[in-house]
Structures are given as C-alpha cells and as structure tokens.
Design a protein around this ligand. Structure first.
Ligand code: ATP
Length: 241
C-alpha cells in the first residue's frame, strides 16, 4: 500500500524524521508509539499526504466548526461525495436520509444528544467522537488517527477503537496508551527522536517491553499511559503516597 524509503521530513531547517524506511500493507492495523515530540504526527501527516484519496485523517487538532451542529460537522465527511448544490441545500435543511445516517453514527459513537446540538457545547471527549464520526463518515478504506481517543475513558476508548477498526480495512494510529496498542492493533511501530526504533507484531510484545521502549526513548520523562492505577510509581500516583 505504501513504501517509505529513507524518508527525511522537517520544518524550515529543522529535520524531524531522519532516514526512516517503513512499509504498510493493506489490511494492517498499525499503532505508532513514541514520546511527545518524537515525530509521530509529522510522519502520520506525511502518510496522509501520500494516501489522501483513500484515507480519512482524524487529526489531533480536529478542525471542528464550533458554530455548527454535531450533524453538520459529521456530514462534512461526506462533502466530497455530493455536489455543491446538494451540500448547500443540506446545510440549510438536513435531508432525512443523511440525518438518519449521521444519527446512526452518533448512536454507534455513544453521542447521546440531538444531532442539532452545537459543537461549542460539547465536552472534550464528545468533540473527539464527533471528529471520529466525521472521519468514519468519509467511508474510506484507510483510517489515519492522531491520538483520536485520548480524551475518552478507557472502556469507551476500547469500544470506539473497535468501531474504527471494524469499519476500516487498514488503520494507522498514533497512540500513547500502550495497553490499547497491544489490545487492538496487530503491529506496533515505535518512533524515538525521528527514527524508527521498534517495528514488531503486537503479539510479540509485552506492556513491560513497551514501557522499556518509552523509558529508553526519554529516560527523564515519566509517562503514565498504559499503566493501571495500582502500578503507578509512587512519584506519579498523585495521592501523596
Ligand atoms: N508546524 C510545525 N512547525 C515547526 N515545527 C513543528 C511543527 N509541527 C511540529 N513541529 C516540531 O516537530 C517535532 C515533532 O513534532 P510531532 O508533532 O511530529 O511530534 P509527536 O511525536 O506527534 O508529538 P506529540 O506526541 O506531542 O503529539 C516537535 O519538536 C515539534 O515542535
């Protein structure tokens, strides 16, 4: 599907991704892990640029329109499937069939409010699900996600990840939660300082090995993602212990 050879990416005169080679096959479910600033989003955006016509990108920035409803924000995923006149008419008065499709998507994403609700009134986790809904509504074979479930509680994040994976042939997703990566994905890539330092089937990795990957990538940082509460080191438990 995509082969990247000796890829170098950066901004202005600063190189972020260094001589990175990796390939992706159709059908894979790939999680990309790495400490903050490692270059994951830079790589994901490049992949989107290469595969724009077949992919739906759910970016960290979301790009939702605050003054529009949940319905209209999700419908934007389908703008390219219809002509301008149709889209304008639907903006003014939603078509029943499109409203039914978006409502079903909202149900699947556990967005239990009317589709007419303004996005400006939604919580962080609700906004993330609207952004995911817009990407799902594009109905593309490849889902590219940049921490799309980071604001959801763990159980809901698991259900939403299952939904995303069930509706796409291929998924490439940046995540910080190692447990979610192991549970839902079949291949895990690790990026450290702009280099690919881990590329393994998920079933060959343990949570402890992923913790070690994070520790090596940034020995000075303590990242709690992937730990269960009782496992947290005392210095990050936040209970004064
Ligand atoms: N538009 C930009 N212009 C200049 N530098 C940028 C830009 N976007 C990102 N960077 C820099 O590139 C580096 C990698 O950023 P990137 O967003 O790819 O990291 P990341 O691994 O996705 O981080 P995080 O987990 O925090 O989202 C960072 O040092 C960041 O400051």
């Amino acid at each position: 599907m995509l082969q990247l050879q000796h890829l170098t990416l950066g901004y202005a005169d600063r190189e972020i991704i260094h001589d990175l080679s990796v390939s992706f096959k159709a059908g894979e479910k790939v999680a990309i892990l790495g400490v903050s600033g490692a270059g994951k989003s830079t790589l994901l955006n490049h992949i989107h640029g290469q595969l724009a016509s077949v992919s739906a990108l759910c970016a960290q920035s979301q790009g939702l329109v605050e003054s529009l409803s949940l319905y209209h924000n999700i419908y934007m995923g389908a703008l390219a499937r219809h002509n301008a006149l149709y889209n304008i008419a639907n903006l003014i008065t939603p078509f029943t069939s499109r409203l039914a499709e978006v409502s079903a998507l909202c149900d699947a994403l556990e967005l239990d409010m009317p589709p007419s609700q303004l996005v400006s009134r939604l919580s962080g986790g609700q906004r993330q699900r609207v952004a995911i809904g817009r990407a799902l509504y594009q109905q593309k074979p490849l889902f590219l996600g940049d921490e799309p479930v980071s604001a959801l509680d763990p159980a809901m994040a698991d259900r939403v990840l299952e939904l995303i994976i069930a509706r796409h042939e291929t998924v490439i997703m940046v995540l910080h939660n190692r447990a979610q990566a192991l549970a839902h994905f079949d291949r895990i890539l690790g990026i450290a300082d702009g280099r690919l330092t881990l590329d393994s089937p998920a079933n060959k990795l343990s949570l402890a090995e992923l913790d070690e990957f994070y520790a090596q990538a940034s020995p000075d940082q303590v990242d709690v993602s992937g730990y269960v509460a009782g496992d947290l080191p005392s210095n990050v438990r936040g209970d004064g212990a």
